[in-house]
Write a protein that binds this ligand. Structure first.
Ligand SMILES: [Zn+2]
Length: 289
């Protein structure tokens, strides 16, 4: 069903490409600055082309060539293409000292742990909503976001089946995870209880990871902030990798549940976790109180 639109996009692209060859010009070593929150670097000058990496606003990049609305750039010694609309020439004094800051998640392995599953539904919420189902859709959005930011992501379950707590921990160990993030939703017998929590166990590293992710969630989502807490959940206590457990809201609160079930909320959570991980890996937030 997608064939026709894709073909027409490709045809349009080829028309542009052929036309632009006439105007192709070489500008070796010209330095530009990224002028958009996130800029994809692609293998070829086409939105259909594979993404090789990403830059963030304020990064510098070396432009080797312009072709129509695409610019060929030097990325870690390799060539890549970015959309020219989102870069601006660097000032004279910035030309000499340009660099690309590896702000994103390239090279990091993240284990996302969708809690419960199979015979273990987790909590049961309003309208019989199962915690395990909401967790899975959220975890998949988180995984997608982190992969887009360059991380290698492993899910401890990818569907509705049971995985023991020790198996989840073993997955983190086997992959030498740089972070293990267990995803849950909360429940309580009193309906108006609401909000999100982040839990960690004991170590300073775990606390820094939890703090970075919790801080980012607090900035992004509109839920009541129930705080950053220390607890000894088994997936955290037995885990030798940096690990956190997040309770992303109460499925027993009918108003909150509507938010939790929305694509918008789950996407915000995914973005917030990605940003929190970047803060953690790049050493920000550690010294804040
Ligand atoms: Zn749970």
């Amino acid at each position: 069903m997608k064939v026709l639109p894709s073909v027409s996009v490709i045809l349009c692209f080829f028309l542009l490409f052929e036309f632009s060859l006439v105007f192709a010009e070489e500008k070796k070593g010209q330095v530009y600055i990224v002028n958009t929150p996130i800029l994809n670097m692609r293998e070829d000058p086409s939105i259909e082309s594979d993404v090789l990496g990403r830059l963030v606003q304020g990064n510098f990049l070396q432009v080797l060539q312009h072709k129509a609305n695409w610019s060929k750039v030097n990325f870690d010694g390799k060539e890549a293409w970015v959309a020219s609309d989102f870069i601006i020439p660097a000032k004279e004094e910035e030309q000499d000292s340009f660099f690309i800051t590896p702000e994103l998640l390239d090279g990091y392995t993240i284990v996302i742990d969708p809690g419960h599953g199979g015979k273990d539904p987790g909590a049961i919420g309003i309208n019989g909503v199962h915690e395990k189902d909401l967790i899975l859709s959220t975890s998949k959005k988180i995984a997608k976001q982190l992969r887009e930011n360059g991380a290698k992501v492993v899910l401890t379950r990818t569907d509705d089946y049971f995985v023991s707590l020790d198996e989840r921990i073993n997955i983190a160990h086997a992959h030498n995870a740089d972070a293990f993030i267990s995803i849950h939703y909360n429940a309580f017998s009193i309906e108006n209880v609401q909000g999100f929590n982040t839990y960690y166990f004991s170590s300073a590293t775990n606390r820094n990871l939890a703090k970075a992710i919790h801080g980012s969630l607090a900035e992004e989502v509109n839920l009541h902030n129930r705080g950053l807490l220390e607890d000894d959940y088994r997936v955290l206590r037995k885990n030798q990798r940096p690990s956190v457990l997040i309770e992303l809201g109460f499925i027993t609160n009918s108003v909150e549940l509507k938010t939790l079930q929305s694509d918008g909320y789950q996407s915000l959570v995914a973005k917030a976790i990605a940003k929190g991980l970047m803060d953690f890996f790049h050493g920000r937030d550690e010294d804040e109180t």
